[in-house]
Design a protein around this ligand. Structure first.
Ligand SMILES: Nc1ncnc2c1ncn2[C@@H]1O[C@H](COP(=O)(O)OP(=O)(O)OP(=O)(O)O)[C@@H](O)[C@H]1O
Length: 311
């Protein structure tokens, strides 16, 4: 087990205490005097007869790293699609930093402070790394069309700002040297990192990462864990991630929400979640239980899913 994992776990234990807030949610104690970055109340969506997400209630603190986990098809990506308004909710409310997002489109929600990455990388492959980041920066652009077309002084100042800001953001992942490379030519792990940088370029308050460690090798994942915590510390934003890598989830997430068949079956700290029977059952499947003893499956999420997790 890399030392890094146990360091994270120790740091989390020492620095984070989750406390209840009036809505019965729990958020890190350092966030209790700030309004939550996200509040979902009775959120749900149906696809025809399928209740893909139902009665989803969640509060995320201003600088919290939160995990959204659950078996395949549980509704995790659908929640992200609701939060970013790719899908309009069938019912319920989504408040972002105190603002009701009802009726807002994805671009407006992004400007309000919600940015995301995708399960399947969605970069502009034929554009350079820097141009991809510039797409993210564009939403802050104050430079009008006339200024851009006539290339007035303000335009050059903006261009310089975007160039410098793009390099600064790329430096989070030591990628500034790749600025001129075609995005599609980058190795897989670097493309995943670039997606995070592009999302950060939109200046989010809440960064949603959909399976950020998918396809990464263990050393890339360890580095990613370190960088997610670094991003939260440096930008003082909240991060919510969907991830199947339980080492990552259990070691850097402060609050975890578990979905199964579109409903929340557990919420709590990593320790709470690892001890929760309903969670273990959801992951093992009911039919697995009669055989559990026989095949020597241990009864905690830690042992079942996160072999070697040090929480
Ligand atoms: N646009 C859609 N139309 C119809 N059904 C959909 C749509 N999007 C998602 N679903 C269904 O909603 C359910 C939840 O899917 P979702 O992709 O959110 O699960 P998930 O937890 O992200 O799964 P995975 O871990 O495999 O990515 C699934 O049954 C899926 O088929």
């Amino acid at each position: 087990m890399p030392k890094l994992f146990s360091d994270f776990a120790r740091a989390r234990r020492e620095n984070t205490r989750m406390v209840p807030v009036p809505s019965q949610a729990i958020i890190p104690d350092r966030d209790i005097y700030s309004s939550p970055v996200l509040e979902c109340v009775h959120l749900g969506i149906d696809f025809g007869g399928l209740r893909a997400v139902d009665d989803f209630n969640l509060t995320i603190g201003k600088t919290e790293i939160a995990g959204l986990i659950g078996p395949n098809g549980a509704g995790k990506t659908t929640v992200f699609n609701l939060l970013t308004k790719v899908y309009a909710p069938t019912r319920g409310t989504i408040m972002v930093d105190g603002t009701d997002t009802a009726g807002l489109d994805p671009a407006r929600v992004n400007r309000l402070g919600v940015a995301r990455t995708f399960q399947n990388i969605r970069l502009f492959n034929s554009m350079t790394v820097e141009e991809n980041v510039a797409v993210g920066l564009h939403n802050q652009m104050h430079c009008g069309l006339v200024t851009s077309v006539l290339r007035l002084p303000h335009h050059w100042k903006s261009e310089k700002y975007y160039h410098e800001r793009a390099l600064e953001l790329l430096s989070i992942f030591d990628m500034e040297g790749l600025a001129d490379h075609e995005a599609g030519s980058l190795p897989y792990g670097a493309q995943r990192r670039l997606e995070i940088v592009r999302a950060l370029a939109t200046n989010p308050k809440l960064l949603l990462l959909d399976e950020p460690a998918a396809g990464m090798n263990p050393s890339e994942t360890a580095e990613l864990m370190e960088n997610i915590v670094k991003i939260r510390d440096q930008f003082q934003i909240a991060i919510m991630l969907i991830e199947h890598d339980m080492n990552l989830v259990m070691n850097i997430c402060e609050g975890i929400c578990v979905l199964n068949f579109g409903k929340i079956i557990a919420k709590g700290t990593p320790e709470d979640i690892q001890r929760n029977d309903a969670v273990v059952e959801a992951y093992l499947g009911k039919q697995a239980h009669p055989d559990a003893e026989e095949i020597n499956v241990a009864g905690t999420l830690e042992e079942v899913l996160g072999k070697g997790v040090e929480a």
